[in-house]
Design a protein around this ligand. Structure first.
Ligand SMILES: Cc1cc2nc3c(=O)[nH]c(=O)nc-3n(C[C@H](O)[C@H](O)[C@H](O)COP(=O)(O)O)c2cc1C
Length: 300
């Protein structure tokens, strides 16, 4: 399964690119509208891209009224990325999404500014979201923590159905006069330099939890995608590559098929986890259209 990474594709201006994915993930939406950060918000570096968009979005009310109905016309499952500044804010948005039949999954963006990413705080947010919705919940984690596996275990215990790994890492670029390029000084680093970080995070969380994982970070080729499957991803998302190559989903699917065939693997399911020295139990794979949390299925 191939997804876009949140914030890296405007499906309404590029519907053809969006339809090349198995599901569309929205930009993070917050309870109130946000204009985002002062420019400059994007900078290229030798090893990837920096962004300081600042979660610019129309706010949940306008999103539900105007954006979601338009996205439904794409006729692919829609995953809504949810952000907030407290557990209550996250839960409020999840409750509003719960009543909609045009949302397949909620991705809880736990790497929002001012959100404490300690395992206890992440678990508190996921638990609040869990109480607010029966929709599947994917917890999107930052790799900027010493032990991402601790956070993964905590959100699994709090009721997450899956993990999205990884969000960006904080970085900075200076101009010729040695001044920060970005308006906010620092921003999120994505693209090629994030791939080793993503591989390590997916590898660790695959061992630490039984949750299905959407892997992302620097995927620009079929080989990159295969590597994420090999460390334990059950699906892969494309982010930065979409800014330079809108045909990436089609190209990467083709390259991935060739990579699998070369190795005598019949599907990505067979590739999932093969980088692990000791085989781990197989886990349930993702169904992008399922609209009911696996946790509820287990507990009901
Ligand atoms: C311009 C830009 C905007 C982003 N906005 C969001 C966002 O709103 N929510 C989120 O969870 N991640 C956001 N991300 C992070 C991506 O979803 C993804 O986790 C990250 O870029 C790593 O993947 P990549 O290296 O393939 O880009 C954004 C990334 C970029 C480059």
């Amino acid at each position: 399964m191939l997804l876009n990474a949140s914030g890296c594709l405007d499906a309404l201006t590029a519907p053809q690119t969006a339809r090349a994915f198995d599901a569309f993930v929205t930009k993070t939406v917050t309870p109130l509208p946000r204009g985002g950060n002062d420019p400059i918000r994007i900078a290229e570096t030798d090893v990837g891209m920096l962004n300081s968009i600042g979660l610019a979005n129309p706010g949940i009310k306008r999103f539900l009224r105007e954006v979601l109905p338009e996205l439904a016309q794409l006729e692919i499952p829609v995953w809504v990325s949810v952000g907030g500044f407290s557990a209550g804010e996250f839960a409020e948005t999840c409750a509003l999404l719960d009543s909609r039949d045009d949302v397949a999954t909620i991705e809880v963006n736990l790497s929002c500014p001012n959100v404490d990413e300690a395992p206890e705080s992440a678990a508190e947010i996921v638990a609040a979201c869990r109480r607010a919705t029966r929709l599947p919940l994917y917890a999107k984690l930052s790799p900027a923590t010493w032990n991402v596996a601790d956070v993964a275990r905590a959100v699994e215990a709090a009721g997450a159905d899956g993990l999205s790994l990884v969000n960006t890492l904080r970085g900075m670029k200076l101009d010729r006069d040695l001044r920060p390029v970005l308006g906010t000084g620092t921003g999120g680093l994505s693209g090629p330099s994030l791939k080793p970080v993503a591989l390590a995070a997916v590898h660790a969380c695959f061992r630490a939890t039984a949750l299905p994982i959407v892997g992302m970070g620097g995927v620009a080729s079929g080989r990159d995608a295969l590597e994420l499957y090999a460390v334990g991803a059950g699906a892969v998302a494309l982010g930065t590559v979409l800014f330079s190559d809108p045909s990436a989903p089609v190209r990467i699917r083709e390259e991935l098929s060739a990579e699998l065939a070369t190795r005598g693997l019949s599907s990505v399911d067979e590739a999932c986890g093969i980088a692990h020295a000791k085989a781990l139990p197989r886990r349930k794979h993702l169904d992008p259209t399922s609209r009911v949390s696996t946790k509820l299925l287990q507990n009901d």
